[in-house]
Design a binder for this molecule. Structure first.
Ligand code: NAP
Length: 283
């Protein structure tokens, strides 16, 4: 299949590597010629260009640029692609963009591979990032017309080739669910790092920096990731992120109460519940 990728960063790069390995022809588009040369050198694309018109004959195009640029990019692609081409995106939020993008291109399919890492950019691209992880597809009905079944089936097939497990849901359900398991953790993890660096006693702060080990590595990972991505999640999924943060704030207040009241039985019950529940999320 002839596949286009616009935005040759972390996700675009990882997609390119896996799709080429799967036997597809991958045409990349980047803003800068230097990125095109780098993508070719890293084997992320079969061909690269700074011009969207180079994707004219592609069967499917993945938009892998930052969330704010996805809808305008779909509008630009609509000027150059053939009518049967499918456009999909990998944006981490869906409600803010899937209906708008579908209005620009009827064969648009909202998608979100639930895979990532702290580093950004094409240099961080690696094979197998999507293997074993979920890939969400968010069909919509716009102007009484449902997302094209053939277009959905095509993206589903490619996601399965990447080794992902496909789920379908509405953009709203996606945004509420990912607020819990992706966006809230970024905000919580960032607040954790902030609280630690706010420690007023310099000796203690320096000691904490030296003592930090696996626990801090696990809990600080997503808060220490790509700041641009964190900001986009907050901006474009604001309501759900605020809702989940408020619920989290209530939970912290309950924990503080347990500690202040020395209610060890209450705290032990909570910790036993959370230990049992964690497996429901991570298998
Ligand atoms: P990234 O590594 O920073 O890559 C973004 C790419 O988009 C870069 O190649 C950048 O090009 C290009 N770009 C930026 N602004 C552009 C514009 N105005 N027009 C054209 N290209 C532009 O970011 P990423 O992590 O791959 O994220 C890309 C998308 O994947 C986002 O929509 C994000 O929500 C989604 N996503 C991210 C993760 C994750 O964990 N990172 C997971 C799932 C989905 P230059 O190199 O020229 O700056």
């Amino acid at each position: 299949m002839k596949i286009g990728i616009v935005g040759l960063g972390l996700i675009g790069g990882c997609l390119g590597l896996d799709l080429i390995a799967g036997g597809h022809e991958v045409y990349g588009v980047a803003r800068r010629q230097a990125t095109c040369a780098q993508a070719l050198a890293l084997g992320v694309v079969t061909a690269a260009s700074t011009q969207l018109a180079s994707l004219r004959t592609c069967d499917v195009v993945f938009v892998c640029t930052p969330i704010a640029t996805i809808v305008p990019m779909v509008a630009q692609l609509a000027q150059v692609l053939s009518p049967q081409a499918v456009i999909t995106d990998v944006g981490s939020v869906k409600g803010a963009l899937v209906e708008k993008a579908t209005r620009q291109w009827p064969r648009f399919v909202g998608g979100h591979p639930m895979s990532g890492k702290s580093e950004a950019g094409i240099e961080a691209a690696e094979r197998g990032l999507f293997e074993g992880n979920s890939y969400v597809i968010t069909p919509v009905t716009v102007g009484g017309v449902e997302t094209d079944q053939g277009a959905i089936a095509l993206i589903e097939k490619l996601a399965q080739e990447l080794g992902s497990v496909v789920y379908h849901c509405t953009p709203a359900a996606h945004d509420r669910a990912v607020a819990w398991i992706s966006h809230l953790p970024v905000m919580v993890s960032a607040s954790l790092i902030h609280s630690a660096i706010d420690e007023p006693d310099e000796t203690v702060r320096t000691l904490a920096e030296k003592l930090a080990s696996s626990g801090f590595r696990d809990t600080s990972r997503v808060g220490g990731g790509n700041p641009e991505l964190g900001l986009m999640m907050a901006k474009y999924n604001r309501e759900e992120v605020v809702r989940s943060l408020k619920r989290y704030q209530q939970r912290i207040a309950v924990t503080i109460k347990h500690l202040e009241a020395e209610d060890w039985e209450g705290l032990a019950k909570v910790l036993a519940e959370t230990k049992a529940a964690r497996g429901r999320f991570l298998g």
